[in-house]
Design a protein around this ligand. Sequence first.
Ligand code: PEP
Ligand code: MN
Length: 361
Amino acid sequence: MSQKDLESLRSQIDDLNLEILRLINERAAVVNEIGKIKEKQGVNRYDPLRERHMLDLIKEHNQGPLNQMTVDYIFKQIFKTALKQLEADKKKELLVSRKKKSEDTVININGELIGQGKPSFVFGPCAVESYEQVAAVAASIKAKGEKLIRGGAYKPRTSPYDFQGLGLEGLKILKRVSEEYGLGVITEIVTPGHLEEALDYIDVIQIGARNMQNFELLKAAGATNKPVLLKRGLAATIDEFIHAAEYIMSKGNENIILCERGIRTYEKATRNTLDISAVPVLKQETHLPVFVDVTHSTGRRDLLLPCAKAAIAIGADGVMAEVHPDPSVALSDSQQQMDIPTFDAFYETLQKFMKNYEIHA
Ligand code: PEP
Ligand code: MN
């Protein structure tokens, strides 16, 4: 074979490549059209029977030299790629996505504008234990000019024998304290069954890490008109976290705060590993406010302050931390809650930090 023949064959290959390229793109455009029709009909894009039919038809017409296994493989790749592309396009359309809405979502809770540029703060005990306990923390929050309080009435605990929370009684305590001290209440709801009853007592529905993929709870919270604070799951990727928020928004509730609270890793020095870079990732990918819970991410009182500084410096819209009048006798998380003097010092240092860095408090 001469050099000339080789060049001519290569040029033939180039033409064929371009022809294949044109055809797979033409095919992708048709798949797109089909996708739009299926979307309208609300049916699944992947249809295994249709795929079997296509492969059979291809087999019938395959005259070689490629064997059937190879041909099947190539076409399977073409089918898969087209579907993947559709999924990627669909992802761009998520309601929580920055691509869908470029402006930041700002949520007004009891006069506190969350996501407006200045960091917000959510303090309060891990669990509601008594009126006196919550009121002592509330007085300290109010004295600082803050507007929000947290506290769990339903506690999802690792052991069924640990304190499970006061339930409805706890919600009543939160309501009473919120009225007396003028604070907005954030509290965790663990099942859709509690939601309706709880709505009269609370300002923000917290969905905890262990329930981040409780899809029925996400949908039920999405159907209410209360803002939702959604915590990242213990082992959830950022993508799963974003999709959990999408469950809520898909039901019509646009007021969602995302809360990074640490993820489980092999590291034992802290209770969880604070994924600090999740904050800017979430802010880029979504239009929602992003909080950092320094208590559950670190599980260490001595790390609350440096991690809160890091959260603010990296652009978090808020910081959550637990405060208890007497942490050593707390019914949950006694290791990491701040007592009131520690809370005062924590708060004051953060205010100075924000001033120094011209972060408007
Ligand atoms: C909480 O905030 O009370 C709590 C239980 O946190 P998490 O769901 O992040 O563990
Ligand atoms: Mn706790």
